[in-house]
Design a protein around this ligand. Structure first.
Ligand SMILES: [Zn+2]
Length: 417
């Protein structure tokens, strides 16, 4: 049966150098508007004891100078996002989560960071024949000569960008990229089976996948080597805003995106071959939101990277009829995937998780992935522990082959002399 579904495709911007400054202005304006709105919420709270909803915020702020820096729909999207952030904070507090924090101000030192800018129907024009998207500036930032920002984009070669509903400009920490939200008409394939796979995303092992009796490991070595190489090259540039430095940043971004595509594609294919119908991913968003914006550049970047990766996973999995769920991954590294014992003092040594209770010895990331898997699957493990857990210690390693740009089992990867 044909179905309307929403897909978000991550696109890099070919003509980044031409549009970067304009996108910066919009990103800064978005942060300023967020901060003014945040301040307004405090003031109204002090006077009335309630937090305004986005409609009230709009009434208060529509004459603010920063509101007109952006397309009206883009400004509204920021106020909606703030109101939603307050709502989810309320809900968490209502559920007894005392650690939940209200949405904060967006600051980076004394400066404003580049916030995501959302463009709705009035705010963009898509030219599918030339892979271009025109983004609107607000009244204040139009300078007559150039009323809009023309971005030339590149997406995953496996996808077609059409029926665009929304475009978001997202700052990754090194450059801008576009998240293109499309309506896709497609046949809903039946899922390959009803098994569940859990994925733990990390730095050292980029991904560990647990399927219940089998595990896969995707080392992050290629990504780390790239980061190291580009950091070294970047350090040689005298001026960090030079053309060369910008080209290096872009190259690094492209290579990372390629790695993400290769790994997500392989995971989905391997899961389909194992009759998986649901993939569960540990969500790091909670961890990121409890951290100050900008102060932890690396952590923030990683949160962003995992988001990107999960989005790719979602639309690739959908082609097989596999659904992807995100679950809070807190605590998944501390409990035993076999007997469920929680050990706060658990120390991971040489990448192994060892359970004093049941004697499990597992690859630590596979153990994490198995715990994530069990978050949607009522634990099969608490049945006396006579299940064979050998698979948790011996994941099949799947490596990114830098010479072919593809993933292959460890023994098949060719080493360049
Ligand atoms: Zn145990």
């Amino acid at each position: 049966m044909a179905n309307q579904v929403t897909r978000t495709y991550v696109a890099s911007i070919h003509n980044h150098q031409q549009v970067c400054e304009d996108l910066d202005s919009l990103g800064f304006a978005a942060s300023k508007l967020w901060n003014v709105a945040r301040w307004t919420c405090d003031r109204i709270w002090d006077e009335t004891g309630t937090i305004p909803d986005h409609g009230a915020l709009k009434a208060y702020l529509k004459n603010n100078e920063h509101y007109a820096d952006l397309n009206a729909q883009s400004s509204q999207a920021i106020l909606e996002e703030l109101a939603e952030a307050f709502d989810s904070w309320y809900t968490l507090r209502g559920n007894g989560d005392k650690k939940a924090n209200p949405p904060g101000y967006r600051k980076h030192g004394d400066d404003h960071p580049r916030s995501t800018v959302t463009f709705k129907e009035d705010g963009f024009k898509h030219d599918p024949d030339h892979d271009r998207i025109r983004l609107s500036k607000g009244r204040n930032l139009k300078d007559g000569r150039q009323d809009f920002i023309l971005c030339e984009y590149a997406v995953d070669p496996d996808v077609t960008v059409q029926n665009v509903q929304q475009v978001r400009a997202v700052w990754t920490g090194t450059d801008w990229e576009l998240h293109i939200v499309c309506n896709v008409e497609r046949d809903d394939p039946d899922p390959p089976g009803d098994r569940v796979a859990g994925i733990d995303l990390g730095i050292c092992n980029f991904a560990a996948v647990a399927v219940g009796d089998d595990a896969l490991l995707y080392p992050g070595g290629a990504l780390k080597e790239d980061d190291y190489y580009f950091q070294k090259q970047r350090a040689k540039c005298d001026d960090s805003s030079s053309r060369k430095a910008q080209r290096l940043d872009r190259k690094r971004g492209e290579r990372r995106t390629h790695f993400f595509h290769a790994v997500s594609k392989d995971i989905v294919a391997e899961c389909a071959a194992r009759n998986v119908g649901t993939i569960v991913v540990g969500d790091l968003t909670g961890i990121r939101e409890n951290t100050d914006w900008g102060d932890h550049g690396n952590l923030d970047l990683h949160g962003w990277a995992f988001d990107n990766f999960t989005q790719m996973l979602e639309y690739k999995a959908a082609e097989y009829g596999i659904s992807v769920e995100r679950v809070d991954e807190r605590g998944t590294s501390k409990s035993c995937g076999s007997c469920g014992t929680i050990d706060d003092s658990q120390r991971v040594e040489r990448g192994l998780y060892v359970c004093d209770e049941c004697g499990l010895v597992a690859n630590a990331d596979v153990n994490g992935a198995e715990n994530i898997r069990q978050k949607v699957l009522p634990s099969l493990a608490c049945d006396g522990g006579d299940r064979d857990n050998g698979w948790m210690a011996q994941p099949a390693v799947r490596l990114f082959d830098t010479s072919t740009g593809r993933i292959a089992p460890q023994e098949q990867v060719t080493c360049e002399p």
